[in-house]
Structure formats: C-alpha cells, structure tokens
Design a protein around this ligand. Sequence first.
Ligand SMILES: [Zn+2]
Length: 676
Amino acid sequence: MNNPLLEPFDQAPFSKIKNEDFKPAFLQAIEDARAEIDAIVANPEAPTFENTLEALDFSGQQLDRISSVFFNLNSAETNEEIQKIAQEVSPLLSEFGNDIILNEGLFQRVKSVYEQKDELNLTPEQATLLEKTYKKFSRNGANLKEEDKKRLRKIDAELAKLKLTFGENVLAETNKYELLLTNEQDVEGLPEGEKEAAEQLAQSRGKEGWLITLDYPSYIPFMKYAKNRDLRKKLSIAFGSKGFHNDKLDNQENVLKIVSLRHERANLLGYPTHANFVLEERMAETPEKVMDFLNELLEKAKPAAEREFQELEDFAKELDQIDRLEKWDSAYYSEKLKQKLFNLDDEKLKPYFKLENVINGVFKVAEMLFGLTFKEVSTIDKYHADVKTFEVYDDSNNFISLFYADFHPRPGKRGGAWMTSYKPQYIRNGKNSRPHISNVCNFTKPTSTKPSLLTFNEVTTLFHEFGHGLHGMLADTTYPSLSGTSVYWDFVELPSQIMENWCYEKEALELFAHHYQTGELIPMEYVEKIKDSATFQEGMATVRQLSFGFLDMAWHGTDPSGIKNVKAYETQAFENTSLFPETSETCMSTSFSHIFQGGYSSGYYSYKWAEVLDADAFAYFKERGIFNREISDRFKEHVLSKGGSENPMELYKRFRGAEPKIDALLERAGLLKSTG
Ligand SMILES: [Zn+2]
C-alpha cells in the first residue's frame, strides 16, 4: 500500500494524497515518533546535549510534516471528510504530546543535561533550546512531588472544563438574544445592505420585520448607524451583560474559580501569581514591566482620549441635543464625525490596488530590502488551482524558500488571513534545509470584466501576512522548534506589523499603486487622508485597549482570594481608564473570552506592545531611509533570521541599538499633538 504521506517528501505531495491516506499516516507517524522518543530514553549512554536535546528536537519530523499538510488543508480547503478526520486525530495528537511531557525518564535526561548547562560550552541557540525544553517539563510540574503533581493534573482538568463552560455560556447568551423590529422607523439610518441583511435574518427564522442579534455582523452596524437611541441602548446593554444575569448561564462564579485555580497552579509551580508564570516566557518578562508599560502609555494617551471624548460629545450635542455621551452613542456619532471629517471612500481607492500590482509591489519591497526575488513556478504541486507558487532566491541566487499564495475565498476555506508553513527551516548534518511558507487570504475574486481590486485595509493585510511570511522564509537557525515564527507571543507581530508601514510611504506606493486602467499613480492627497483617518480617535481607542490590559492584569497579577464581587472588582480595575458614564447592568469580565477562554490571560497587553515595537523599529528606517540596505540587513540578521533562538529583547537591542521606546507609536498615532 503506497501512502504518499509516509514516503519521505520535500514538497507537500498534494495531488497524490487521498483523504483516506491521512488517518493511517498519522497512526504510523505517531508510532514512529514514539519509537524515536523511546530510543532517546533507552540510550545506555549518559545524557548529553546531542543524544537528548538535539535528538528530541529532531524527532517526529514526519509527523510534523503530515500535521502541517493536514491542518493547513483543514483551514484552507476542507470538507466534511477532512473535518471528521480532524476530530479523530486531534485527541491522538494531544495524547501523544502529553505522553512526552509526562515522560519521567525523558525528563530526567533533560534535567541531567540542564544541571550541567554552565560547563557545556553551548552556543546561544543551544542554550535557548535547553532552557525552553527544560521549562516545558518543569512548567508542567515535572519537578513536583507526587501529590502536588496529582493536584496539578486535577487543576488542569478543572480549568479545561471551566474554560469550556465559560465559552459555552457566552455563546449561548449570544445566540439566545434577538431584537425583532417591526416598525421600519426603528431601522432608520442603517445602510440598505444592512437593512436587507436584517430582514433576511428575520425571514430565515420565520419572522417578519428586521432582526438584530449580538453577532458582530449584526450588532456592529446597528450600533454604528441606527438612529434610534433607546434601541442602541437596549442592544448595547444586552451585548455588555452576557454571562451577567444571575441565571444558569451566568459566568461570575466561573471567573472567580478560573482565577483562583490559575493562582493556585502558579503557586504550586513556585510563581507568586499567574501573571508571573505566563510572563516568564514573554519579552515583557514580569507583571511589573507590563504595568509600567500600560501606565506609561495611559499617561500619554489619556489627554488625547479626553480631548476626543469632549469633541465627540460636543458634536453629538450639537447634532441631536443629547444631554451626555453614553457608551451606546460612541460608535454612532464617531461614524458621523468621521464621515464629516474625511469622506474617504474605499471605492475611490480600490482601482489603485489591483491584486497583481500589490503582489508585485510587496515582492519589489522584499527585493529592495532583503535582495529577494520571486520566480513563479508552475511545477510545484498545489491543493487548489487558485494557489500561486513561487521559488524565492536571494541576491546571490541561493534558493531561500518556497512560497505559496492563496488569495481568494471559496467554500471550504475559513475566513480571515494567515501565514503558515508546510516545512520548517533547520540545519542538520551541515545542510540548511529551506522552508516552505504560505500566505492565505480572502480577497475578492476577479470577474470576467473586473480584476481583483483591494481595499486599503486588504493591502495592509497582504503586507502584514507577507511580513510573517518573511519571518518564515528568512529563518536561519539550527533547530526546527526555534525557527522562523516560533518566538514569544509578544514578539511575533513585529515582522508582520512593521511591513504595514510601507503601505503609507510615497516611495513604496510609487512601486505599485497605479490605477489599473489609466496607470496613474495614486494621488498623495488620498494617502494623506488615509493616514489621518487611521489616527482618528486614536486616543480613545488606545485607552480602551489599555483598559482591557489593566483588567487582565488585575485578574491575573494578584492573589484573587479576597475578591468577592466580580463587577465591583472590575469597576475598580477600570477606574483610571473609564471615559463613559458607568453602567450597572453590564460586566465585561463575564464575557471576556480572550482571557478566560482563549490563550490571552496576562497577554492582552501584547497588542499594544507589538505596536510599540513595530513603530519604534520603523522609526529607525524612517531616520535612515525606508529602503536603506544597512538597516534592513540588520533587521534580517538580528530579527528575521534568528527566530526564537535567543532572548527577543537582546535580538531587538542588537538591531536597534536600544530597547524599544513608546515615542514613535505616540507620534504615529497622533497622540503627541498639543492640547487645545
Ligand atoms: Zn499577525
């Protein structure tokens, strides 16, 4: 039986794979990977860096290749059969992962090497691999006494259940709410398309009129456009009180249980708080540093936020004689004010951003910065006819990477945009094995009469994902687990976000932003408008983001045993960041899925942290020229090529010559304008 996934392969053999190949390939590859681990543990020789750490990092390669092909297909080109296989193999994979983490014999070998680390003369990358591997075990309790280990497992199981319940409650609250409007006056202000959507939604549920729900595509336009203030208030309170009704879907108890279990877990492992535990593996390192960061930004952003709030309130008073600006007025009057100030229309910009031109533009930027050339090659196997495939070379004509680009939506592809890889980069036996990188987006498809024309937002998305792509393509490390985008969470958005900056620069736009019919360059007044509108109400937006960061740290940076009332505690955490009058009916924490269900606990700050990094890094280019090869070479050498092989702050300082400062972000966000 030939299974293409079990043969050694370089390029992913998409056209040869049948769905029924996946399951047996997974089973076989897990068994093989298990045998590799067993061999490491059973090695009669004393543990060394090579026979334990290196061997472990290079184990399971076939399994990793199969997983990346399979799960990327499940995102970009799935079907019921693939989804069913995913349900079956996911538990097997997590079981295998757990078996490694809980493998006592393996841990003892890793620990024995770790204890000799100072005498081993390791390279910085080897030292990082040793540290990260050891921590993977110790942070999961490998050093604990038997009874503490048991307690840890119990906490983990309880937390998994609580997170699930938390999310299910939020979802149930979202799904059960309906606002049915039967009087056309009540949907006044909504654009035609939104009205139609609301009408169709009502019809689809056997109702007449216009149906509004708490799903974003329904909720957001209503808050932005609906003229009826009472209805906006009603919907806003419904949205803000998910999980806060003292009924069986209430999440207050779940919040308290989650934070107290996380705290206990951190204590068991020797950390004073959950935030200390999480931040140990982040660029920010400590809760104190995160709090300093949030406070420093708040101090700078608050005057602008208060000024913008006043401006918005004055505008609303003038327009509709409202008494005071409430939360449910914010989106509505902001939209009106924005229209008045900018009147910037996506349709006017789109002809300048034909997809092919933008792709050539981003390639040209990569050539000018990093000497890369992209050669379209039709012989590379692919999973769908829409996928474009390229070979990437450096300026000495060395092969650097394969690049897959999959830009248009279709059934079987999830929404959004992302970067992924089909093969990691690593160096083994002196051979540098180059990566296979992919960008997947959902841009409008061309028709027989019109090419694919991008909105400006889509242009920056393309540059963003391409930036992640460069991080993967230019990777140059020895160990696969440290390569490319395998970096700390608060560092991973630097290479992507920095690329977005080129979209606002005349020198870069000249390379590609030409009208698809006339060839005319985009007028610079449009670009100025784009920049201005991008910083519209940036003070308020910043303070809002910071408020979530403060709330996250309030829940995870202290001993929560004294907290009895979720709402009161939250109100206190919001004290320095609140602009709008307080609403007693709503509570953010009971539906704050990012931190209580997803993986963002003690990590919400990283959104702003990444912006500070990219603004500070790009300021260096602005000082020295946005296509200055000396600066881009430094960025490639110290950031893009290094992956997670060294401490990110050290890497950043080597590139920039100093730690990142918030000034460039404040400048870019227009937060330094004098008050007046
Ligand atoms: Zn990103």
